[in-house]
Design a protein around this ligand. Structure first.
Ligand SMILES: [Fe+2]
Ligand SMILES: [Fe+2]
Length: 186
């Protein structure tokens, strides 16, 4: 598959959705008293903050959406997606706050499980809506070859802003690491 600026974001969604499934599984495990190392939950929180929020939503907010906003009345959809990103950020922050509290000795298992579940619901619904939007853009051929190339260049800048290629590869490996954990198989 040749990557273009739209397909690139769809590729990210595959990883983002894998993380959503991990978050859901982790939440269910906590509610069912499965032993899950807090270090693993911290990795989930880091991936949400760095991979989903800063990297993927960063690409959408800084590059893709501004480019699409002018075209074919996409602005209303984009406005909704931006509001959803904010909601995601709020859930991610509450998850982090409760993880910090848990580390300091306050029993925060229930809120951590709750916000992990909330995040998985949010991300599943959000990427689902964006997929419909991306399909429409592809169908209509709303982006020129030139624009795709420019956006892909812009994505590189976004990636460098969040630690570059190496950091991204590390995060993808961490998703695989979490998927292989014992508690994921329960
Ligand atoms: Fe998004
Ligand atoms: Fe997205």
């Amino acid at each position: 598959m040749i990557l273009n600026a739209t397909k690139d974001l769809k590729q990210d969604h595959l990883l983002v959705n894998r993380l959503g499934i991990i978050a859901k599984k982790c939440s269910d495990g906590l509610y069912n008293n499965v032993v899950i190392p807090i270090e693993d939950i911290k990795i989930i929180s880091i991936l949400i903050q760095e991979f989903v929020d800063k990297f993927h939503h960063g690409k959408e907010e800084e590059a893709y959406f501004p480019q699409m906003k002018e075209k074919d009345d996409y602005s209303e959809d984009i406005r909704k997606f931006l509001i959803e990103h904010e909601l995601g950020r709020r859930i991610a922050n509450m998850l982090l706050e409760n993880l910090i509290a848990w580390t300091s000795g306050i029993n925060s298992k229930e809120p951590v499980a709750r916000f992990l579940n909330a995040y998985s619901v949010f991300i599943n619904s959000h990427t689902g809506k964006e997929e419909v939007f991306f399909d429409l853009i592809e169908e209509k051929g709303s982006l020129s070859h030139e624009e795709h190339t420019q956006l892909m260049e812009h994505y590189k800048v976004c990636r460098n802003n969040v630690g570059g290629k190496d950091r991204m590869e590390q995060m993808i490996k961490l998703i695989g690491y979490l998927e292989a954990r014992e508690w994921m198989k329960m």
